[in-house]
Ligand binder design. Structure first.
Ligand code: ADP
Ligand code: MG
Length: 403
């Protein structure tokens, strides 16, 4: 279990609280298209401001690569923050007249300011000590609430903890607790769905999981590679012949670790990569031959039944990657049906379910399952790296700071 300090361990009253947050919201033509990331921060901000802390927000936006890029200013984000937090958020852009420190000195208990994009400074992505000291001088304590940025050792996520006492914000705390519940300290048996497009992007994940979990359920395009490695002719299905050896090695490691592997035993095979395309369900095993010009875009009913009955025997489920090309019905069926089953088991208190990954979150939302999962991580790269067993510098910095 990770050891880190939280907002429960500090009196923030009248303190200048530097909070690293994720405000990297999607934006089109200067308009924010999805404010989820801002909404999620509200609990941390409310907690700090209601207790009389002065909240100083640090965040990156886009990839300005150490230069001032006006289109990547956080100014429009400050406006959205004011609306969502229900409190004016002062945007701070240091200039000849007023410095960051001047703005901070003007703050009263409960105020919120947002500093300009951390990545305008070249030192941010270099985990630069001087930049960390510059930021640290603006605060009395440091709170990291940006799990999604924790897989990078940057000045505002890592080096800064050398100069200020560091705490996990409420979101970071929730994320770390959920991930520990899923992988570090799960109720067993624990299983994982690993699906999606390619084995090559998820090798580290598969290798780590087979060492830790009891059941590995492989789906999606990557399952084609596994089935082909076992002898099936997958026709024109998405697959990676260069990964056959790797796939067999992962199956071997799973067997050595007594991790049961479930591969799709049937597939929805079509000649057309399109929504609504006609398909036939074909069994998939070592003798299967999918004709040239046809591809498997989703798992079939037999696979869905096997997966759901495997879910019923689990106490904990980790999910990353869809079972098929879920963007195109009817090839969303296996993903939707199994997601609904996991949601129901979770709702009944029989399963702890934790999911993450860009397309996975989309798919679980489509299935109407996301709300019932125990935890949905929106952290993308950081979620994957955690599941791969890697040390996240931003998390390690909090842990070191706690000891
Ligand atoms: P995540 O973003 O959740 O980590 P991935 O990016 O690895 O997931 O995979 C998602 C993509 O995989 C989706 O675009 C989906 O259409 C695709 N996919 C899944 N199964 C298949 C398949 N059998 N054939 C082609 N594409 C597939
Ligand atoms: Mg993806």
């Amino acid at each position: 279990m990770a050891v880190f300090k939280t907002l429960d361990d500090v009196d923030v009253h009248d303190k200048r609280v530097l909070i690293r947050v994720d405000l990297n919201v999607p934006m089109q033509a200067g308009e924010i298209t999805d404010t989820t990331r801002i909404e999620r921060l509200k609990i941390t901000l409310d907690d700090i401001t209601q207790r009389g802390g002065k909240a100083i927000l640090l965040a990156h936006f886009g990839r300005p690569k150490g230069k001032v890029v006006p289109e990547m200013s956080l100014r429009p984000v400050a406006k959205a923050c004011s609306t969502i937090f229900g409190k004016h958020v002062v945007f701070v852009s240091p200039d000849a007249v007023k410095s960051d420190a001047d703005y901070v000195n003007d703050m009263e208990a409960g105020d919120i300011v947002l500093l300009e994009n951390t990545r305008f400074y070249p030192g941010e992505e270099h985990n630069d000590i001087e930049l960390a000291q510059y930021y640290a001088a603006l605060g009395d304590i440091y709170v990291n609430d940006a799990f999604s940025a924790a897989h990078r050792a940057h000045a505002s996520t890592a080096a800064i903890t050398q100069f200020l006492p560091a705490y996990a914000g409420r979101l970071m705390q929730a994320e770390l607790n959920a991930l520990s519940l899923a992988l570090s300290n799960p109720k067993r048996p624990v299983g994982a769905v690993v699906g999606g497009a390619k084995v090559s992007t998820k090798i580290d994940l598969l290798e780590n999981l087979v060492n830790k979990i009891d059941v590995l359920i492989i789906g999606g395009g990557m399952a084609n590679t596994f089935n082909a490695a076992l002898g099936a002719d997958m026709g024109d299905s998405l697959q990676e012949p260069a990964m056959y050896d790797k796939a067999r090695a992962i199956l071997k490691a799973a067997a050595a670790n007594e991790c049961r592997v479930i591969l799709p035993s049937d597939g929805k095979v079509t000649a057309e990569f399109a929504a609504g395309a006609p398909f036939e369900v074909m069994p998939i095993n070592a003798d299967t031959i999918i004709p040239k010009g046809k591809e498997s875009l989703d798992a079939g009913d037999a696979t869905i039944r096997t997966v759901v009955s495997a879910f019923e025997k689990l106490q904990t489920l980790i999910w990353n990657g869809p079972f098929g090309a879920f963007e195109m019905p009817p090839f969303d069926e296996a993903t939707i049906k199994t997601a609904k089953a996991a949601a129901t088991l979770t709702k009944q208190g029989k399963l702890v379910s934790v999911a993450g990954g860009g397309d996975t979150v989309l798919a679980l939302n489509l299935a109407g399952a996301a709300a019932h999962f125990t935890y949905i991580s929106t952290a993308g790269g950081a979620f994957l790296e955690w599941m791969e067993g890697k040390i996240l510098p931003g998390v390690a910095a909090l842990e070191n700071n706690a000891s």
